[in-house]
Design a protein around this ligand. Structure first.
Ligand code: CTP
Length: 209
């Protein structure tokens, strides 16, 4: 099968030297891509800036911004049987990034942020009947309720609900995989590699085509 995975953070440029990002390590997405490759699938990995070596045998597309992530993912998605959006895509980007470096002045600096494309929601709108779409929900509150609402709103087949009380970046994770037919599968605490493997078991065995 052809499996498209997104991973890592995005970087939204403020000026020539500064950007807004988040603490996503990319490790979950890379673990999923590597596990899928080991099973013999054709894997495309669209990745934000991370400190992980390029996985062997995987088609790696490096991007920086949410806009670049949207362009890469939405153009690769029609050919994919399974799409797994594990990237931590910025919900907002800078309205008017400066080409040169902003000089400090007295007083405060106000940045205007505008919404980015919700790639996962767009994938849900464009989804063909034979495609399986998987999203992640990193929540600090009301984990299962928020994750189930995301599953419905974005037309997903699975959502991986992840309580992020301590922010991103731990060695182990504890998630609940919720499927559109109502199944809830808790996984962990476990290493990301183990979660990736069990997630692929669920997603691949449910794939319709
Ligand atoms: N995502 C995306 N495009 C964005 C933002 C997020 O595709 N611009 C995807 C992520 O890859 C993840 C899922 O959406 O799979 C969850 O992102 P999140 O920001 O938590 O969901 P929202 O519903 O957008 O956020 P909120 O909780 O603020 O409603």
């Amino acid at each position: 099968m052809r499996i498209l995975v997104s991973a890592g953070p995005t970087r939204e440029r403020i000026d020539a030297v500064r950007f807004i990002t988040n603490g996503s390590s990319g490790r979950m997405g890379y673990a999923i891509a590597i596990a899928a490759k080991h099973r013999g699938h054709d894997v495309v990995l669209v990745s934000g800036p991370v400190h992980i070596p390029a996985p062997q045998g995987v088609t790696l597309v490096n991007i920086n911004s949410a806009k670049e992530m949207a362009d890469a993912v939405l153009s690769a998605a029609p050919a994919a049987d399974i799409v797994i959006m594990s990237a931590a895509v910025a919900d907002y980007t800078i309205a008017n990034p400066e080409k040169s470096k902003i000089k400090k002045r007295d007083g405060s600096l106000v940045l205007e942020l505008v919404r980015t494309t919700d790639i996962l929601a767009e994938l849900g709108r464009r989804k063909k009947i034979s495609q399986t779409l998987v999203g992640f929900a990193a929540e600090t509150d009301d984990l299962l309720e928020n994750a189930k609402s995301k599953l419905r709103r974005k037309n997903l087949d699975f959502v991986v609900a992840n309580l992020v009380s301590d922010g991103f970046g731990g060695e182990t994770d504890k998630v609940v995989v919720i499927s559109s037919n109502g199944d809830e599968t808790p996984i962990g605490p476990a290493r990301k590699e183990e979660i990736a493997d069990l997630l692929l078991d669920l997603v691949i065995s449910s794939h319709k085509a």
